[in-house]
Design a protein. Structure first.
Length: 421
């Protein structure tokens, strides 16, 4: 079944169904691109394939200090009976050698220098003895291509070096420079409005008024957006008033590509966000209430072609709702087919339970012991326990049809931090 009955909500939608509804509503759309200097493109997603138009290396180069020579001349060389070669010159770094290596000849060569014509091997300097300024003794045979980086052995013209949607890493920046690119086409960062609702919310704590709650969700959600490669636009805190919330939503929809609203997402008298969203455009709320724990009151909407995410107010719930629904949509906006997540297999130290019919996320600490990895679940899994997210370095997902995973079973853990010793 796609929908489940629950107290407070008329129905809950399974996570996989909610994602499909959201993706179908958003539909296919062109990825907006921009051109950046290569050295400013670190951490950005490629907007187009990078296809090589040249060879790398562009010519045969030595990977050792030594002597360029002919294999045929040194095939009998040994420590007892070395082969004597005449040194006819030197291949210098940054210069094209003009000499030809003939029978019984060698050319001194440095690491990175071009291999002169006629030579088909490079003999390591450690396997030679200099007899005179113009002659050496070779004490070991060589093989064809030895210590030579061949033209095109790294990249050939027409090769797709980096694919569309790739996240540019430092080594990728190096490759782009090696290919002679000054600029690169990347996906434009989506601009996502982030706002919170609630009469109790303030920007900073006050010892004199314990009834107020510091709004940490905007900072957390904005950081998660930046980590993904999007630009967060902080719209601030808005009171639990329809006019106030509508004003904020209109601003976000007008200026940004998507909107995230924290709190006001449930079905109480002061949970006004779904009603306000529905008043601003079609189709409005697509899903309200998801069969997942935490983050059951999550709402997903599309207004005037732009996604609106109505996330729960508890920070832990907002965190999981973001990971489950916002991340894949941002990835879609960036042209990324699948966001990388690090996982590991670990043995449960305690039995964990799920809520029947709900996808359940369990926060764990993953530690290394002598036998492998151990996943230790937190005792308190409530949405209000923020320290469980601060200390957790892993998440175990319990499927809807599973009620418990027993102690001692091996589980797949999604890592959100470093494994502890």
């Amino acid at each position: 079944m796609n929908h489940l009955q629950t107290v407070g909500f008329q129905k809950l939608t399974r996570v996989d169904t909610a994602l499909r509804i959201l993706f179908d509503a958003v539909g296919e759309r062109a990825i907006r691109l921009e051109s950046l200097p290569v050295q400013r493109a670190l951490g950005r997603y490629l907007g187009k394939d990078i296809v090589a138009d040249q060879y790398l290396p562009r010519a045969d180069r030595s990977v050792m200090d030594g002597y360029a020579a002919r294999v045929e001349d040194v095939k009998s060389a040994s420590q007892e009976l070395p082969v004597i070669l005449r040194v006819i010159g030197e291949s210098r770094l940054g210069a094209k050698p003009r000499m030809y290596v003939g029978r019984g000849e060698a050319v001194a060569i440095a690491t990175g220098s071009l291999v002169p014509s006629g030579a088909n091997t490079v003999i390591m300097v450690e396997r030679t003895t200099k007899l005179a300024p113009s002659s050496i003794a070779v004490h070991a045979p060589a093989t064809a291509g030895q210590s030579i980086a061949r033209k095109g052995e790294d990249v050939v013209p027409g090769a797709v070096v980096l694919g569309k949607g790739a996240l540019l890493r430092p080594q990728d920046i190096g490759m782009l420079k090696a290919l002679g690119l000054a600029k690169v086409c990347v996906a434009r960062k989506p601009h996502v409005a982030v706002l919170s609702t609630g009469d109790e919310l303030v920007n900073s704590s006050s010892k004199r008024n314990v009834a107020k709650v510091v709004d940490i969700n905007r900072a957390m959600l904005s950081s998660m957006l930046q980590e993904l490669g999007a630009d967060a636009v902080d719209l601030g805190i808005f009171r639990d008033r329809e006019a106030s919330i509508k004003t904020a939503l209109k601003k976000g929809l007008k200026t940004c590509d998507a909107v995230i609203v924290s709190a006001g997402s449930s079905v109480g008298n002061r949970d006004l966000v779904p009603k306000c969203v529905n008043s601003l455009g079609k189709p409005g709320m697509l899903v309200h209430g998801v069969a997942m724990r935490p983050a059951m009151p999550t709402g997903l909407a599309l207004v005037n072609g732009k996604p609106v995410f109505s996330l729960p107010g508890f920070p832990v719930s907002a965190f999981f709702a973001f990971r489950t629904f916002v991340r894949p949509i941002i990835a879609k906006m960036l042209g990324v087919k699948e966001l990388f997540e690090s996982t590991a297999n670990a043995v449960l130290s305690e039995t964990i339970t799920g809520i029947p019919g709900n996808l359940t996320y369990v926060r764990v600490v993953v530690r290394q012991n002598g036998q492998g990895l151990i996943a230790e679940p937190f005792k308190l899994q409530r949405s209000s326990v923020l320290m469980s997210m601060v200390r957790a370095n892993g998440i175990v997902t319990i499927p809807e049809e599973v009620t418990a995973i027993e102690r001692g079973e091996t589980v797949k853990v999604t890592l959100i931090g470093e494994i502890l010793p």
